[in-house]
Design a protein around this ligand. Structure first.
Ligand code: ZN
Ligand code: ZN
Length: 306
């Protein structure tokens, strides 16, 4: 196997920001660059076969990879000095704040977790298009860090920096206000906020369920409309969601199966030992973490019914 890059595709745009763990295991080692053959060269054809394929997009960030990327943001606008500054000052955020910064992406619904991957939401993608260019670049952090360093060394007065920051912030706000770009909610529901009357947005909840949230952050009203559970569907054995309130709470499966919570509990009781009995048995075992077939089966049962 071998290949020659003819068109860089997304890699051209990605440039210096390309994630480093791109190497696709051992396959790359067996792959070799094709020889540069010129028109008119004579070669012996042994066999030929056409195969269609597409360039794989870069892998999604996991939380760990994103933390590392924030620590080492790499090519900051290709400016070596700024890259160096950012590297010396420990990247974007500090070890104490980086995890919080990522958490804010989730709580503001700019990104959501999909297994280990972090996926931007429609809101997050729009935001990137709406914020002023400078705010999207790690170069700004680098420039600020550089000046903070100068202040720390007594080479610059802090008052000047603070005054500039003030001016800068108000200019940015004016720019955004004057911008003709607007934000479009792509997940608006027809339900109104009981507190302020604005139309609620449907978003993915922390534990995989769905939530209704008020678009007004000051108002902050939110309610979960469904929660992911470990209860298995009796038809297809996938995990079900629990929807609704009170009496009307209902298990819903992606396959279409629905069952009222009350009926589900009745069915479970009829199946034999109650949950409490099993928990008691588990506790009486000296090593519930052991790996006997029985312990495994019990652990599984507990997970499915907790
Ligand atoms: Zn509201
Ligand atoms: Zn099902």
């Amino acid at each position: 196997m071998g290949r020659r890059v003819i068109k860089e595709g997304w890699k051209a745009a990605y440039g210096a920001f390309e994630p480093s763990e791109e190497t696709d295991d051992a396959e790359d080692e067996r792959e070799q660059e094709l020889p540069d053959i010129k028109q008119g060269d004579t070669i012996e054809l042994i066999s030929a076969k056409a195969a269609e394929g597409r360039t794989k997009p870069p892998a999604r960030y996991t939380e760990a990879a994103l933390l590392t990327a924030m620590e080492h943001p790499g090519g900051v606008g290709r400016d070596k000095e700024l890259s160096k500054t950012l590297e010396e000052t420990g990247g974007l955020g500090t070890p104490a704040t980086r995890a919080d910064i990522i958490e804010k992406l989730f709580s503001a619904f700019y990104a959501e977790r999909n297994g280990k991957s972090i996926i931007p939401t429609a809101k997050g993608i729009q935001l990137v298009g709406l914020v002023p260019e400078e705010l999207r670049s790690a170069a700004m952090t680098a420039q600020w860090e550089k000046r903070l360093g100068a202040i720390a060394r007594g080479e610059e007065r802090s008052e000047l920096f603070v005054a500039e920051m003030r001016k800068y912030a108000s200019r940015l706000v004016d720019e955004v206000k004057a911008s003709d770009k607007s934000y479009v909610h792509e997940n608006v529901t027809r339900e109104k906020c009981p507190e302020c009357g604005k139309f609620l947005l449907e978003v993915k909840g922390k534990k995989g369920g769905k939530m209704l949230v008020c678009p007004d952050r000051e108002c902050g009203w939110r309610k979960s409309t469904s929660v992911a559970t470990n209860a298995r569907c009796p038809n297809c054995h996938k995990k079900m969601e629990l929807r609704g309130d009170g009496e009307k709470r209902m298990f819903v499966c992606v396959c279409g199966f629905r069952e009222r919570l009350a009926d589900f509990e009745k069915r479970r009781e009829e199946r034999g030992a109650g949950k409490a009995d099993v928990s008691r048995y588990m506790r009486s075992q000296k090593d519930p973490g052991g790996s006997t077939a029985l312990a495994d089966a019990l652990r599984k049962w507990q997970e499915e019914n907790s």
